[in-house]
Design a protein around this ligand. Structure first.
Ligand SMILES: Cc1ncc(C[n+]2csc(CCOP(=O)(O)OP(=O)(O)O)c2C)c(N)n1
Ligand SMILES: [Mg+2]
Length: 355
């Protein structure tokens, strides 16, 4: 029976460490959040410096990404959207690989089978059926791997969300659907996307459990995800998790939210940011010291410095790759490719060459 739990779950308000998490788990969760936070903040700087291209910020989404993925085993699959572009770092993917994706370099397109992480999905929601299909396939093969898909509130208005989640439900596939409800699909607020009271309510229509958690509470997200992963692995089928928060950064580096967002609300929400909330909890329960905080930050910053250096040290991509496999018979304006504009002689592009 589908059961939707309407209350917003929180753990960080108290001083209780959830059963199933050791002290080293608590610190590992913190290390992962700081790694993602540092990645995000440095990426914005790299973008401003012209060292990476357009970038989708995930500042304050770290609790969702870290908490939800932590219960997964290495054989389990992750299906990220552009908002979770750096989730591979949590599995040891090199920083430079993710940076190269944002630099448009081919080495940023990892082989999904190397990490059990699908390619970053930019079309909104189209990876939901991919996750459902992979989960069902694993089940048919008798493997016990779980697939977890991350998508936004806006994705729940897309046909592929319905197709994927319904398919997973009907096939009782071992899938976990994590909806990052940050209240906005670029400039479209949630209220104009749906008449549903909560997004978790949608789970009832598919006959699967729906859970709502505070998306800034890493332990609440972890708890809901751990239950969902266990249920999926035990043959109990998919779960829909709605992680609720409010977007406090721009949609991406090309967006100026000042034209549509309430700045007062943004300031209030920023004051509740998720890394600080978790750090305060760890201090209350005596699980962290200033020295650990300092060392964790230093390590993440060093990883970023090494990552951007490695990315920039790589040979530039061959620009002709953009068109090489696009045409059997290239139109005349592309026949010369980019060679004249990017070649060593620095010569002028032939007439009509796309630049
Ligand atoms: C199929 C499709 N339609 C439109 C877009 C343009 N687009 C990019 S992000 C976005 C908003 C998605 O919002 P949401 O699903 O809430 O995710 P968030 O960006 O808030 O994490 C849109 C409409 C797209 N990438 N794909
Ligand atoms: Mg959104």
């Amino acid at each position: 029976m589908a059961q939707v739990m309407p209350e917003l779950r929180r753990v960080l308000d108290g001083d209780t460490i959830p059963a199933g998490l050791s002290e080293s788990d608590l610190l590992e969760l913190y290390r992962r959040m700081v790694l993602l936070r540092t990645y995000d903040e440095r990426s914005l700087v790299y973008h401003r410096q012209g060292r990476i291209g357009t970038y989708a910020l995930f500042w304050n989404h770290e609790a969702i990404q870290v908490g939800a993925s932590y219960p997964l085993a290495d054989d389990d699959w992750i299906f990220p959207s552009y908002r979770e572009s750096a989730i591979g770092l949590l599995r040891g993917m090199p920083v430079e690989t993710v940076l190269q994706w944002w630099r448009g370099h081919p080495s940023g397109w990892w082989n999904p089978a190397d990490w059990n992480i699908a390619s970053i999905c930019v079309p909104v929601g189209t990876h939901v059926p991919h996750a459902a299909g992979l989960a069902w396939g694993k089940k048919l093969k008798g493997e016990d791997a779980v697939a977890m898909a991350f998508f936004g509130d806006g994705a729940t208005s897309e046909g592929s969300f319905h197709e994927g989640i319904n398919f997973a439900a009907v096939m009782n596939a071992p899938a976990v659907f994590v909806c990052n409800n940050n209240g906005w699909a670029i400039s479209t607020p949630l209220e104009t996307q749906t008449r549903a009271e909560t997004l978790a309510d949608k789970a009832a229509g598919y006959g699967i459990p729906g859970v709502r958690v505070d998306g800034l509470d890493v332990l609440a997200v972890w708890e809901a995800a751990a239950e969902a992963v266990d249920r999926a692995r035990a043959g109990g089928g998919p779960t829909f998790i709605e992680a609720v928060h409010y977007r406090v950064a721009a949609h991406g580096t090309a967006d100026d939210p000042r034209s549509y967002i309430d700045p007062v609300r943004v300031e209030e929400e920023r004051a509740r940011e998720c890394v600080g909330q978790y750090e305060a909890f760890l201090r209350r329960v005596g699980a962290i010291s200033d020295a650990i905080v300092e060392e964790t930050r230093r390590e993440a910053e060093a990883a970023m410095r090494a990552g951007i250096a490695a990315a920039e040290a790589e040979q530039p991509a061959d620009e002709s790759l953009v068109f090489d496999r696009a045409y059997a018979d290239p139109p005349p304006n592309l026949r010369h490719g980019f060679s004249a504009s990017s070649g060593a002689d620095g010569g002028a592009a032939p007439e009509g060459t796309v630049r």
